[in-house]
Design a protein around this ligand. Structure first.
Ligand code: PLP
Length: 472
């Protein structure tokens, strides 16, 4: 039964978390991810790599908004860029041009020209999944085909198109038939090799298996007479993000790309989470020496200050002749607040040596995690990292069987805000990923010092000792 509300009382002024939670339970959709934690958590302030709850308790953040705020919450330089733009050109319909949009596109175009020797253009949108949608349009438009490959364990967003190429059935189950569901291929997750092989002597068996699909038309992928595949593109994350920061062996992508080139299949590189130095290079794919046809990006482009996202595509795929005006559009796509912050962020990335910073700090962090694994082999089954994308796989006593229960308990314990950071009451913000939801995917702030990394590892150790004392 609905109760009439006086129009002067529309906005409630909740006294505390409890009252807010009651309102949330009644008025907010639960369809997002808030209720993964029970009760959900409120934060009131963010600064550097700390979030502060409504009681003022700091929480060291090791996920930085899923790698969107890599350059630190409240980064002064980027905040100032946003404030300046608010005072000068806060709004502008995307139908008209402004300098920052053009300069940002040119910067990304030139960067890719220097990295891959390829000409291309940039198209903006809002949110990662929407940029994925645009990339799907470009693939369909340039190839005339709509079937694509994607990886098991891959995540590309939750719009309908992005869900169709995201591996989890869980995200599609309630939403009817997905005619364009990708064909999902096993990812080289060597710690849990899908083929039961060992990396030392597998000879990239997984790539061979993929290549075999094209041996005969009766495998359903290839028409030898027309010399044509039914599949237009392969969507990849160079490092699987939601899949658990899974890092493939260095030879994997070059070998896969050879197969794709032979079959005239495009490589679409989703850099939404790993782009902008998370994996130690501007683009994560640079770690593997292959040239993508399309790159999709979002998140850290604006340090999380604006949902600007976008894609870069090779000239042949996106030139005005093939992708003419009006091919795609969204009201907020190249909004000037987003382009201004992004331009400043790219400028900052050019001035600072983030490749050196992220590789050095990431290597230090990984060494500390490996030491933690050595001390707690009955809790941690695997640690790995590239740049400042790090993983801790929580396992049962045998060091292999995924322990989702313990992972959840450790996550919730960090959220209580009563750990001891060298005498200071602190919480720890972690993110859980992985095929079995037993992986802490760490995306720490690039500004963290070695001493702060030590504190972070001490806090993780406290979680282990509190949540699995019998295994320490
Ligand atoms: C690799 C990757 N692709 C796409 C997306 C979807 O981006 P968004 O959540 O901004 O729609 C994400 C989000 O986590 C992601 O990590």
């Amino acid at each position: 039964m609905s109760t009439a509300v006086n129009e002067h009382e529309l906005i409630p002024h909740a006294a505390d978390d409890q009252e807010l939670l009651e309102l949330e339970r009644k008025y907010c959709s639960w369809g997002d991810t808030v209720h993964y934690l029970d009760p959900p958590k409120f934060f009131e302030r963010a600064e550097g790599h700390y979030l502060y709850d409504r009681q003022g308790i700091p929480y060291l953040d090791l996920q930085m908004w899923y790698s969107s705020a890599s350059f630190g919450y409240g980064n002064q330089r980027l905040n100032d860029a946003l404030k300046n733009q608010i005072d000068r050109l806060p709004q502008l319909a995307c139908q008209y041009l402004h300098a920052e949009k053009v300069e940002l596109s040119a910067a990304i175009g030139r960067l890719n020209q220097s990295k891959f020797g390829l000409d291309g253009r940039v198209h903006f949108n809002v949110g990662g999944a929407q940029a994925i949608e645009d990339s799907l349009k470009i693939v369909r438009n340039s190839t005339g085909k709509n079937l694509v490959f994607a990886f098991m364990g891959g995540y590309h967003g939750r719009t309908l198109g992005a869900s169709a190429i995201t591996s989890s059935y869980r995200y599609r189950r309630r939403f009817g038939h997905f005619a364009d569901r990708a064909h999902f291929v096993p990812f080289p997750y060597c710690f849990r090799c899908p083929y039961g092989k060992k990396r030392e002597d597998c000879g990239l068996y997984c790539v061979d298996q993929f290549a075999k699909n094209f041996d005969t038309e009766y495998n359903s992928f290839w028409d030898a007479k027309a010399s044509e595949s039914e599949f237009a593109a392969f969507y990849v994350e160079a490092i699987q993000a939601t899949g658990g920061y899974v890092i493939p062996p260095p030879e994997y992508f070059p070998a896969l790309k050879r197969v794709l080139d032979e079959r005239n299949i495009l490589l679409v590189d989703d850099e939404i989470q790993m782009g902008f130095y998370r994996a130690g290079k501007f683009w994560a794919i640079e770690n593997f020496n292959v040239e993508p046809d399309i790159i999709v990006f979002g998140k850290a482009l604006t340090n999380g200050l604006n949902p600007l996202s976008g894609l870069w595509a090779r000239e042949e795929l996106i030139s005005p002749e093939v992708f003419p005006p009006g091919s795609t559009h969204s009201t907020f796509s190249s909004n000037p607040l987003g382009t201004a912050v992004a331009l400043e962020a790219v400028q900052m990335m050019e001035e600072e040596n983030y490749e050196e910073i992220t590789q050095r700090k990431g290597a230090y962090f990984l060494t500390q995690l490996q030491e933690l694994q050595r001390r707690y082999p009955k809790v941690i089954g695997d640690t790995d990292g590239i740049g400042m994308a790090l993983r801790i796989e929580i396992c049962h006593e045998d060091g292999y069987e995924p322990d989702r229960g313990l992972t959840d308990r450790m996550f919730a314990e960090g959220m209580k805000g009563d750990l001891d950071a060298r005498g200071r009451k602190t919480g720890l913000v972690l993110d859980i990923g992985g095929y079995y939801k037993n992986v802490f995917t760490l995306a720490p702030c690039f500004d963290m010092t070695e001493e702060e990394i030590d504190v972070a590892v001490e806090l993780i150790e406290q979680l282990i000792r509190r949540c699995a004392p019998e295994r320490t």
